[in-house]
Design a protein around this ligand. Structure first.
Ligand code: BTN
Length: 321
């Protein structure tokens, strides 16, 4: 970790004013290096008060995504414990795929403050402006047959919903299979991409990408009626670093249920599609359907003119009516 992060960590630990001399001694640095680090933190928006005869006190921190702040709240031991934070990436999923192919361990986390080419499902883009959202991707190495890969998305949806509700007064719904909604608007999208071992039919690895709109945000015209952020809906928005940590913590709690689908009962309870009439999009075709249920394999059970059928997320997407 950098000197600046070390100084920040020491200021956070101290909770009250701490002299430059003590900081320097504790961190094995010169007083001049400590002072330079504090100036850098100030330039980034941290308010560090200089209290006469007592030293420095951290008054407030900007909502920046920082490894040290994420790890302060991370209780998970495997998922999200090893991580990297970038100011800007093309896409955290792309970066995670490169790392996974090079052998990155299970649970490794890639975070970015903004993305230039945030990716959504079906080749769509994901709006990822700076200082506003959580754009993260986990490298996962589950023992799972390819046809059950959708369970990773269902698990993640429950984990993120819990994490948001832990930090905000919100009722988070899941729009099958990869979107989270607050007050009928999308606040989070999930994109899980998997690499398959063709011989065994098992997943080699998966990259689990999660985008959450956090701060109060103004969306581009085309998204205004469908997208929202936690800040827009709840008045206040949580610390993004804390939210990342809580997502890791909830994912780790649910990960053991990946094979049994133990979280599907909660997924159904949170669903905003069960019992609704929807429009199903399959390739270029679209047709009306009634959603009856979501089964334990994460498939949608729908009734159409031709009867009852079960469909996986790879086959269709749906629009609420
Ligand atoms: C969707 O809404 O269709 C899924 C959106 C997934 C967006 C996240 S942001 C972090 C990760 N990196 C990406 O490029 N996409 C996912």
């Amino acid at each position: 970790m950098s000197t600046k992060n070390d100084v920040l960590g020491a200021l956070m630990d101290a909770q009250e004013a701490i002299s430059g001399e003590r900081l320097a001694r504790r961190l094995g640095l010169s007083r001049n290096t400590v002072w330079k680090a504090i100036e850098q933190l100030r330039a980034e928006g941290y308010v560090v008060e200089a209290v006469t005869n007592r030293g420095y006190r951290l008054v407030s921190a900007p909502d920046r995504i920082r490894e040290i702040e994420i790890l302060k709240w991370t209780t998970a031991s495997g998922i999200g414990r090893r991580l990297e934070v970038h100011a800007r990436l093309d896409s955290t999923n792309l970066r995670a795929k490169q790392l996974a192919a090079q052998g990155a361990p299970h649970g490794y986390l890639v975070c970015a403050d903004s993305q230039s080419s945030g990716r959504g499902r079906y080749g769509r883009s994901f709006f990822s402006p700076e200082h506003s959202g959580v754009y993260i991707t986990y490298v996962l190495r589950p023992t799972l047959p390819a046809e059950r890969a959708v369970m990773i998305t269902s698990m993640a949806a429950v984990a993120v919903a819990r994490a948001i509700e832990k930090l905000c007064d919100a009722d988070v719904k899941i729009k099958w299979v990869n979107d989270l909604y607050i007050n009928d608007r999308k606040v989070c999208g999930i994109l899980c991409e998997a690499s398959l071992d063709f011989e065994s039919g098992m997943l080699e690895y998966a990259v689990l990408g999660i985008g959450v709109n956090v701060a109060p945000m103004v969306f581009p015209e085309e998204l205004r009626d469908i997208a929202t952020s936690i800040g827009n809906e709840c008045g206040a928005s949580p610390s993004r670093s804390r939210l990342i940590a809580e997502i890791s913590n909830e994912l780790e709690k649910l990960y053991g249920e990946l094979e049994t689908g133990g979280f599907m009962a909660e997924s159904r309870r949170r669903s905003n599609v069960i019992g609704r009439d929807v429009t199903v999009l399959r390739g270029d075709a679209r047709f009306a359907a009634h959603v009856m249920d979501i089964d334990d394999q994460g498939r949608l059970v729908i009734r159409t003119e031709s009867g009852v059928s079960r469909v996986g997320s790879g086959e269709i997407s749906i629009k609420l009516r």
